[in-house]
Design a protein around this ligand. Structure first.
Ligand SMILES: C[S@@+](CC[C@H](N)C(=O)[O-])C[C@H]1O[C@@H](n2cnc3c(N)ncnc32)[C@H](O)[C@@H]1O
Length: 242
């Protein structure tokens, strides 16, 4: 359902239109400092896509980096460079990921959890707990219910990037926002792919975290603000496996 197969090559272009990776990186580094995740700790990025966050962490001196993504197209984009940098990437559904090694930290940023359907979301957090060491740190975000509903009401966003026209057509139900992403190149090439974002409210997420052995250490909005406003798009959690 959320294969990111046709749109993978465009992801790095459009992802920065919606959110600043710098804010995410700053928040992650500060959380790592606050909660004792050191440069030689094993860190797994769940839904790593083109591995941009892992490359940034590598540059900041983190040594043992791993990424997993369900999309083979995404993993292929990053694979060669990742090998050169000593970053290990897996092309797998995280729900099926097992590992003998345990991680000191797991990251799951920029809507990954929203792509997980409700029937699987419990197993997602269960597996996040399994792959972490005791006291391991999980940092993830969820698009707020209000933000997804706002996009749904907007119906359509169009942006021009160089000669490329990017379009997002939204279709909202009570359970998910369907996003029909399309690209029209200057040479006439057209592609489109549907991506689903499932709607989770904070109370639900916090109950699931509790049920699957996590303590919430910190909760912020849009990776910076302690309070939710009408402009907030993401709620971001730092949790500890207990
Ligand atoms: C919006 S992108 C976010 C990518 C990246 N975390 C970032 O910060 O740019 C969501 C990614 O999650 C991946 N994904 C969705 N469900 C997944 C799952 N069950 N297991 C692994 N990857 C998944 C998608 O293939 C996609 O690359």
């Amino acid at each position: 359902m959320n294969s990111y197969s046709k749109i993978a090559t465009y992801y790095s272009k459009f992802s920065s239109l919606f959110f600043s990776k710098k804010d995410i990186l700053r928040f992650i580094e500060k959380s790592f400092l606050d909660y004792g995740v050191k440069k030689d700790c094993k860190i797994l990025d769940i839904g790593c896509a083109d591995a941009k966050l892992l490359f940034l962490l590598k540059r900041r001196g983190f040594k043992k980096l791993y990424g997993i993504d369900i999309s083979s197209k995404m993993i292929n984009l990053a694979f060669k460079r990742a090998v050169l940098k000593g970053i290990k990437l897996y092309n797998l559904n995280f729900l099926n990921f097992t590992s003998r090694k345990k991680f000191e930290a797991a990251l799951c940023t920029m809507d990954v959890v929203n792509h997980v359907p409700k029937k699987d979301v419990f197993d997602f957090f269960k597996n996040a707990n399994i792959i972490l060491k005791k006291n391991g740190i999980l940092i993830f975000d969820i698009n707020t219910k209000e933000y997804l509903q706002k996009l749904g009401r907007r119906r359509l966003i169009v942006k021009k990037l160089g000669g490329t026209l990017l379009g997002w057509k939204f279709n909202l139900t009570s359970r998910y926002l369907k996003i029909d992403f399309s690209v029209r190149e200057r040479n006439g090439k057209n592609i489109s792919e549907d991506v689903y974002q499932f709607i989770y409210d904070e109370e639900f997420v916090e109950n699931v975290l509790k049920d699957y052995g996590f303590e919430v250490l910190q909760k912020v909005y849009d990776y910076k603000f302690p309070f939710k406003t009408k402009f907030s798009s993401k709620v971001c959690y730092v949790c500890k496996k207990i």
